[in-house]
Every structure is written in C-alpha cells, then in structure tokens.
Design a protein around this ligand. Sequence first.
Ligand SMILES: [Zn+2]
Length: 313
Amino acid sequence: MGLTIGVDIGGTKIAAGVVDEEGSILATCKVPTPQTPEGVIDAIAEAVRTVSAGYDIEAVGIGAAGYVDDKRATVLFAPNINWRHEALKDKVEQRISLPVVVENDANAAAWGEYKFGAGKGHEDVICITIGTGLGGGVIIGNKLRRGRFGVAGEFGHIRVVPDGLLCGCGSQGCWEQYASGRALVRYAHQRAYATPENAEILLSLGDGTIDGIQGRHISAAARRGDPVAIDSFRELARWAGAGLADLASLFDPSAFIVGGGVSDEGDLVLDPIRKSFRRWLVGGQWRPHAQVLAARLGGEAGLVGAADLARQG
Ligand SMILES: [Zn+2]
C-alpha cells in the first residue's frame, strides 16, 4: 500500500496530512473546527479533498477524541464534540469515496510513536498523552490493543484517589485530575496563593494575578527557574510516575512513552516521573525496569498514527 491520509480533530483545528509508509508527512491542510457535529464531518471531507490533490490515496484514518467502537466506525461517545453513537466512518465515506477507519486519538498517537517515534524497536509499549486531560494507548506484541469493545487504554479515568476530586466524566479521583495540564494549572494556583514570594517570575508572565496563570506561563517560568512553576511540574510528575508503576503491574511493557504538551518540557518533567516510577514500582529492586521515554513526534503523532492504522486496513 502506498499513501494514506491521517486526520487529527483538534478543539480549534482539523488537520489532514498525506503520509507515506515511512511515516513522513508529504502534505498537510488545516481547517477550523466547526461547532456542530455535521459541520465537523463536512470539514473533515473538505480537508481530505484539499490535501489529497495530486496524490494517489488509498485510505483515510481519523483520530477522534472519545470512545470508538471495535469496528473502528462509530464514535460511541465524545466528551468535547456532541457525538453520541456517531457513524463517523459511513458519513465521511459517503462524502469522499475512500475507505475510512476511525481510531481513538490517543490510540492513534500511541501507534505513531510506537512505529515511527520513541517506541521504535520495542514490542510492548504503553503510551500516555498528557494534554488538557490524560489519554493512553496499549501496544503489546506489536499490536494495538483496543479491547473487546474498542475502548481499552482510557487510563485517564482510572480512579487513583477514592472520593478524590470530581472529574468531568462524572466519577471522582480520576488519574487525569492529578496528572494533566489542568492539574498543573491547579497546582500552580495553589502554590502561588500559599507562597506568592516564590512565584514572582510566574506572576510576571501572566496578567499579574494568580488566577490569570495559565499552562504556557508555568512552562516558561519553570525554564527560568521559578520555584512554584518547577514544584508544580514535580507534583504532576509524582502522580504520573506513580500511575506508570501501576501500569507496569498490569502490562509489564519494555517502554513507557510520555507525550502531549507536558513532554515538551523534557527532563524537567521526565526525570521526576522516572523517580516517582522507581519509587512506586513493586519489587523494583528485583526486577528489570521499563524505560520512561519522551515522545518524539510531538503534535503529529496522532495524524501519522491514524494514517498508518488506515494503511493496515
Ligand atoms: Zn474521570
């Protein structure tokens, strides 16, 4: 099989890219994400038609946030777009006359990293994507594991704190309430209120108020040595690493790959994640340790992964 298209549906933009068998992106097209479910489908079709001009395309893979069924056709439930049992594959196929597969976006990103990024050479890889929330993907024995109903790897909603913080999913104490971009902002706000004298750089980057502190300010301040920003990343890393130790008990992979915006911080966040992972790994002194690696494909992992999964048919 030759060229396929990967589609990444983001909150503000839909990106489509022509991808070859080596995982290289040959062309891309971005369109704004419409507000209505039907509008999103039209926009996907438009982006695919635009980017495919001049290429011989064999299939399209769409990475969608939410629960995708085991047929890789229907989005059962999407938290951010109002999709409930949305027949995404059929609707897009009707518009573009190419075979379409739908994948969970975190699964697509995991596959991209496994095949072309940090996971190259590993057979058993667990990926977590720390963005606004926390997503995951499972590759065991060189296969993406979707589970019987297609919805495996939703690590963000594992309950890590009984009766803990309320989550958007309706549960309490979910992992993504403690290890996500949103949690990072909460940690920074709490620490800046408690010790504003340690948050001077952080406060100088926003609008001067503690409530005005956003994720990008915390990243910039941490790089400049702001104690509150650095400690906020460490707190996130403690929760992330402890969760990886639990996932090692479940899956025993040779590598964990940490992606999403947080991984852009590199060792600032990866080192404390590794430390926490070692701290909580059961029997850690007596067993081999999985590597904890930073993702390599950045924001393109999902697009490249979805395209490659479409190629697999
Ligand atoms: Zn939850």
